[in-house]
Design a protein around this ligand. Structure first.
Ligand code: SF4
Length: 214
């Protein structure tokens, strides 16, 4: 997809949702980081159901480390991979205290060195909390990038790099949200709802889906 078409695609999503936000509930960098770690293999809606009790019990890294995997586990049992996530959150809290004075680091290197934090999670935190123009490629953006021709790639990193290349300056930060929300709610995995897609004119997907028969 040429850059001007990619820009038109993103501007169409922007017009439909000028101030996009993450759907995860958080109050600070630490709670955002924990929520994103918990969101692997789980929906944001499900994460939002468990985090109020978790953050009440462990509002900061020291408290999370003190709660330990044994204390965290029962609070997040409704999530997929909860045992590993409980271990990661406990270790993450301890490392933040030990290496960063209890603060969430603002660098990719610092973030990716934390337990349970990979490139995608670091990109979300850098984008949402620290205002950086990063593109976190989740399953929705990976699918959408390939399906629409906006950013084809064999793996999330290729899609990320293509989006960074094609996205007009200044739009990248919000583009992360536009694309995730669009993939979740309109350009869905099983069947895209092209009949109500604001970017339909700029999408290269060949088998566009018509409205269901009344
Ligand atoms: S037209 Fe259809 S396939 Fe293309 S972005 Fe919109 S919903 Fe997705």
């Amino acid at each position: 997809m040429p850059r001007d078409q990619a820009a038109a695609f993103l501007h169409a999503l922007a017009a439909a949702n000028p101030t996009p936000q993450t759907e995860l509930i958080y109050t600070d960098a630490f709670s955002l980081l924990c929520a994103v770690v918990l969101s692997a293999q789980s929906t944001d809606a499900m994460v939002n159901k468990v985090t109020p009790a978790l953050f009440e019990a462990a509002p900061d890294p020291a408290a999370m480390a003190a709660l330990g995997a044994e204390g965290i586990g029962p609070l997040i049992r409704r999530l997929g991979l909860w045992q590993g996530k409980a271990r990661n959150l406990a270790a993450l809290g301890a490392l933040l205290v030990e290496r960063h004075g209890g603060e969430v680091p603002r660098t990719r290197e610092g973030l990716e060195a934390l337990p349970g934090v990979g490139r995608k999670t670091a990109n979300v935190v850098l984008n949402v909390m620290f205002g950086e123009e990063t593109m976190a490629v989740d399953t929705h953006i990976f699918r959408l990038g390939n399906r629409t021709g906006l950013a084809p790639g064999h793996n999330p990193r290729e899609v990320e790099d293509m989006l960074v290349k094609r996205c007009p300056p200044g739009l990248l930060r919000d583009a992360h949200h536009w694309l995730i929300l669009h993939g979740r709610h309109v350009c869905k995995a099983r069947q895209p709802e092209c009949w109500r897609c604001p970017a339909v004119r700029f999408c290269n997907y060949r088998d566009k889906v018509l409205p269901p028969a009344a």
